[in-house]
Ligand binder design. Sequence first.
Ligand code: FES
Length: 114
Amino acid sequence: MADLRWYKIEEQIPEGDFIRQVAVAGKKLCLLRNEGKIYLLQNSCPHAGGILSGGWCEKGALVCPIHRYSYNLENGRGAEGQGDYINTYPLQEKKDGLYAGFRQGLFRRFFHKD
Ligand code: FES
């Protein structure tokens, strides 16, 4: 995971299962806890732009509130027949909070050797 950059999630993380929109590194994403595990996913539904943080979890998938397409929490894959997917982002628990990992874009990799 050498080319991941980690950004702190500043929002308070509630106890128990939850689903909400958060802003991390300038992106609006969907943060949720389902059955004790936290996930960070794309917040806009690839079908027609529904807001996934307004949806719910069912059988290990995030369900869009608009037309009920569903996406696997672990790998973002759409349910059978949908032929689509959402982005998932790795999370890391550090002493001072929760961090999200983003792949560095090509531009950054080529022009900023930091
Ligand atoms: S907009 Fe999400 S299922 Fe249609």
